[in-house]
Design a protein around this ligand. Structure first.
Ligand SMILES: [Zn+2]
Ligand SMILES: [Zn+2]
Length: 126
């Protein structure tokens, strides 16, 4: 089961799904009780999207997301500072995005060519 509308990205003020929690439903979206999807995959690089709470993107000059993706600290690309508290940063091997509110992935697809979508929840996916 995948999240309705490809799932949502949420800032740290909204909850992320935990473990194998069930997918986000249309009813939850209608009620604006968002839970950030915790199993997002990028259709462009094929990687799982990594999530970093209370961190934001620092100086990216000369650094490749592909190299950063493979390292535990995301290549030192992320920073913690007085502004980072509101953010959750999501990153795959080709795109990186800071989120402070709620972003629907179905809309990101059209607004910013971000091809991330829910890769499913629950036992049937495995
Ligand atoms: Zn999901
Ligand atoms: Zn990607």
């Amino acid at each position: 089961m995948t999240c309705y509308e490809d799932g949502v990205l949420v800032g740290v003020k909204s909850p992320m799904m935990v473990g194998r929690e069930s997918a986000l439903t249309q009813a939850e979206l209608d009620a604006a009780t968002y839970r950030g999807c915790n199993n997002i995959e990028c259709e462009q690089c094929g990687k799982k999207v990594r999530v970093f709470d209370r961190q934001m993107v620092g100086d990216r000059s000369g650094k490749s997301l592909k190299d950063a993706y493979a390292t535990p600290d995301f290549g030192g690309l992320l920073v913690t500072n007085e502004f980072s508290d509101a953010y959750r940063t999501y990153a795959c091997a080709c795109r990186i995005k800071m989120v402070s509110g709620v972003r629907m992935l179905a809309e990101e697809r059209y607004d910013s060519d971000l091809y991330w979508s829910c890769a499913g929840h629950g036992s049937e996916e495995e």
